[in-house]
Design a protein around this ligand. Sequence first.
Ligand code: C5P
Length: 241
Amino acid sequence: MTNTPGLPENPVFVALDTPDLNQALAWADAVRGHVGGVKTGLEFFAANGADGVKAVVDLGLPVFLDLKFHDIPNTVAGAVRAVAGIGAAVVNVHASGGPAMLDAAREAAETAGGASRPLVIAVTVLTSMDDSDLRAVGQTPPAVEQVVRLAKLSQDHGLDGVVCSPAEIEPIRAACGNDFQLIVPGIRPDWAASGDQKRITTPRQARDRGANMLVVGRPITDADDPAAAAARIAEELSANT
Ligand code: C5P
């Protein structure tokens, strides 16, 4: 898998899942030498706003701002412009917002970010949705068909990639080829607790299947020594065997 221009060689993005700005900054500072970037999500953003994200960006690590925009095209374009202005390296939107919304998101990132525009990534089907949830919202299982349809749609409208589960890497690669970023959560080193994640892979397995970025939260942030846990993952990823 080729490296993405503008993204680091180390594929690990640490999920800073906390509303506490000081905790997030402490985690990011501790692991900065061992990871490619950090991810801040809705909980962090709701508590700390753009200033909080800016404080993380100012540490110098690439930031994946995981806010999953889903609204009319004009509103999503405005939101993408705003977060591009904070300096996020990666932003995301729901692919189910449709073609015009995807176009608007991509165009907003291009105009706001110039040469250093953020990557715009799509969320396909939330991995928290099972077959009965899908039927409840009018979709026909299996989820993977909708996942691949929305990944193709996102690619056709110029998005840079999708967030997907480890189990979805191979079908999306088959449909979308290698020049499409796959950001994969649900990562557990074999020495870490699985927690509430059900379909997990190790960092090596996910990368070998074709993931470009690995989102890793609790195996690092819940560790007694987050820096050591991040370093161990980096070593496992760079080992030859
Ligand atoms: O602690 P853990 O490694 O499970 O954290 C994974 C991160 O990835 C969390 O921020 C979670 O919200 C996010 N995520 C996920 N599954 C998805 C999409 C995002 O676990 N399908």
